[in-house]
Each structure stands twice: as C-alpha cells, then as structure tokens.
Design a protein around this ligand. Structure first.
Ligand code: 13P
Length: 247
C-alpha cells in the first residue's frame, strides 16, 4: 500500500497561492508517498493543469450526491473529474457540523464520487464531549458503517479519522489513542468490506505539523495524513510529505 499525504486547503487560496504548488513540486518532484492537494473548487482546474505529468494529484472538498440538475451553487463529482480532480473529500466535520450533513448524505456523496470514477475520502471523528464520555469508538464506528459507499474498495475509498477537537487547535490525541482508533477502524473495515480493508488508506487528520508528523506516521495503521493549515505552505506540507516518505 502506498501511503497518502493529502492537503485540505478548505476556504483558502487564490490564483496567487498556486506559487506554493510550484514550490512544493520543485522540492518534492518524486516522493515515495502519494501526494494530493484539495484546493477550493475555484482552483481545481488551474492546479490540475500545474500538476499534470507530476507526482501531485488534485482533489475536491465536497460534491453534490446527484450527477446533474437544478441544484444552484452545487458541483457534481463528474464536474470535479472534468476539472481534473481524482479524489473528493466527503463528510468533513466542518460540513457535518456547519451544513448539517448526516452520514446518510455523506454516503450518497461518496457513492456519487465512486460512480464518477473517483476516490472518496470519507471523514469521521468524535467531538471532545464524545471522547470525554468514552464514546469515541462507538461514534466513529457508527459513522464509518453509515458513511462508506457501497462497493468500496482499496482503490475508491480512503478513510480519514479527524477528531473534531483536534482540527485547527494544535491539540492531538496521544499516539496510543491514535493507535487505538486506527486499529479499531481497520477491524471495522474488515467486517464491512473483507479483504479489501487491508489496502484502504486510513489517514489521521487534526493539527498534523512538520513537528509531530514522524511520530504520528510511526503509529500502526496510520497510512498518511489529511492536513489542513500546514498544507497551505509548501515548506510545511513538503516536510510532512518527506516524513511520510521516510516512514
Ligand atoms: P488542521 O490540520 O488545520 O488541524 O485541519 C485538519 C483538517 O480538518 C483537514 O481536513
């Protein structure tokens, strides 16, 4: 299994930000891991043009579950593919919380991604209150069961474990806590999709930085990272790519 360093730019970036992509590719033209950036939809086509013929893949942050139609402001998975995306993040906690997305909707989106021939990065994660009350595994197990697409394979599914309380806070679970969750998720995936589970990348996300990346990547069943803030700067994301390549 090749590990995956994925960056989620969230609602950040304009054409000028593409200079970071050029710098990233100059510094890391041929990493040992896969490298993906998910810019806002407005930058997908331009970033994909820059990335063509390089080791960088380009993804999107969300899509509509339907392939086309009267859905003002929405974008379908097929359109994202047409713009050059190979992956689509679905079910990020910022969408589950800010837009009331349920796991059923996340699953419908993930299935639209797979139907369009792309890879779905399905995000799950507990809130701080859920962790404090000992419900972490129950919450993420339920989210995983209800969110992954039918017909999921190692090629069309990536799972991202992102504790809500670790996103953008500089706080992370302990390495033991990350290990517990990732090994639980591998087992849960085995129950859901059998042998394909061994090849599904399970990413950790939430305050991954150049300073903690190597430690996190040494945890069993951590197959990469989904990086927010630190993916905006080539130097930081490049250092994380290097750490994963060395893991
Ligand atoms: P940060 O790396 O900024 O904590 O964000 C993580 C995240 O939400 C990636 O999807």
């Amino acid at each position: 299994m090749k590990k995956l360093a994925a960056g989620n730019w969230k609602m950040n970036g304009t054409q000028a930000s593409l200079a970071e992509v050029t710098a990233l590719l100059e510094a890391h033209p041929d990493p040992a891991c896969e490298m993906l950036l998910c810019p806002p939809a407005t930058l997908i086509a331009a970033m994909a043009a820059l990335a063509r013929g390089t080791a960088l893949m380009v993804g999107a942050q969300d899509c509509h579950p339907k392939p086309m139609g009267a859905h003002t402001g929405d974008i379908s998975a097929a359109m994202l593919r047409d713009a050059g995306a190979t992956h689509v993040i679905v079910g990020h906690s910022e969408r589950r919380i800010d837009h009331g997305e349920t796991s059923a909707l996340v699953k419908a989106k993930a299935e639209a991604v797979v139907d369009a021939g792309l890879t779905a990065i399905v995000c799950i994660g507990e809130t701080e209150a859920e962790r404090d009350s000992g419900k972490t595994l129950a919450v993420i197990g339920t989210q995983l069961d209800a969110s992954i697409p039918g017909g999921a394979t190692a090629a069309n599914l990536v799972v991202a474990y992102e504790p809500v309380w670790a996103i953008g806070t500089g706080r992370t679970p302990t390495l033991t806590e990350i290990a517990e969750v990732h090994s639980f998720l591998r087992g849960r995936l085995r129950g859901l999709i059998g042998a394909e589970a061994e090849g599904v990348r399970i990413l950790y996300g939430g305050s991954v930085k150049p300073t903690n990346a190597s430690d996190i990547f040494a945890v069993p069943h951590v197959d990469g990272a989904l990086v927010g803030g630190a993916s905006l700067k080539a130097a930081d994301f490049g250092a994380i790519v290097a750490a994963l390549s060395a893991a």
